[in-house]
Design a protein around this ligand. Structure first.
Ligand code: PML
Length: 251
């Protein structure tokens, strides 16, 4: 049947537009017959976030006209590291492996903390290291993606991955982002002070989880996409893909 994009965003101390603090966001694709379930799952997610209780929440759905693209999940690997220093060094090595220079990685690392708390992702050019999205305090929100639960659970059983929605959602996002030929890699760790596992992802490397990328208690974190702008002349069409192309992950 027809699919709908269902989105939630929650904030504290007023809406995002009123300058409130972003607490949580979520994405699903659903048919109308599953809409109650989808909306309820997003409501639940927005209400139970470690960043606090929202006083603003918006859940909306939009019908999709574009055909949905099916993509296989990135290969997943978990790197257990003993310290944040080792974890960060590993992330540098992985990013260098896909052709990003140390100078640009260094810039990206300063952006990771500078742009913390931003709702979406920031895009940087791999040649100059400059931020290339023009979305200021919002960043780019990757949207219209999902992984149906039964398929996800089969995959998680097979790879002995915890069936946890944080890993699931991050892998769905990384898989969609890395599918685009202009994406060289993604670097991410959470701004949740209790969650220190982050990842480097790319089509070639897969989804490389790193058990320690920041210290406990640190509230800084975000997502950076390294973009090769020579591969896609048109930044707008790249952003359009991230925001609008419907994708379902299917193992
Ligand atoms: C987030 O939820 O804010 C990002 C989490 C990234 C790491 C998820 C994982 O453990 O693989």
């Amino acid at each position: 049947g027809k699919f709908y994009s269902v989105r939630m965003r929650a904030a504290k101390n007023g809406s995002h537009e009123q300058g409130g603090k972003h607490i949580s966001g979520g994405e699903k694709l659903s048919t109308l017959s599953h809409m109650k379930h989808a909306v309820n799952a997003l409501l639940e997610k927005g209400l139970t976030h470690s960043r606090g209780t929202p006083d603003f929440m918006q859940i909306q759905f939009d019908s999709l006209d574009e055909p949905i693209k099916l993509i296989k999940p990135l290969q997943i690997e978990t790197n257990e590291v003993e310290s944040v220093e080792i974890g960060q060094a590993l992330s540098w090595n992985l990013l260098e492996k896909v052709g990003i220079s140390r100078q640009i990685i260094e810039k990206a690392y300063t952006y990771m903390t500078q742009y913390s708390g931003i709702r979406g992702a920031i895009l940087i050019d791999i040649h100059l290291g400059e931020r290339i999205d023009y979305k200021n305090e919002k960043g780019v929100r990757v949207s219209r993606m999902d992984w149906m639960n039964t398929n996800f659970e089969k995959w998680a059983d097979y790879y002995k991955v915890p069936k946890n929605s944080r890993v699931k959602e991050a892998l769905v996002l990384a898989t969609k982002v890395c599918e685009h030929p202009a994406t060289v890699a993604e670097l991410c760790w959470s701004d949740d002070p209790e969650y220190i596992t982050g990842y480097v992802a790319s089509k070639k490397l897969g989804y490389q989880r790193i058990s320690k990328l920041k210290e406990y208690g640190d509230e800084r974190g975000c997502r950076i996409f390294f973009v090769d702008s020579s591969k896609d002349e048109d930044l707008n069409s790249y952003i359009q893909y991230l925001e609008k192309q419907p994708v379902i992950i299917q193992w």
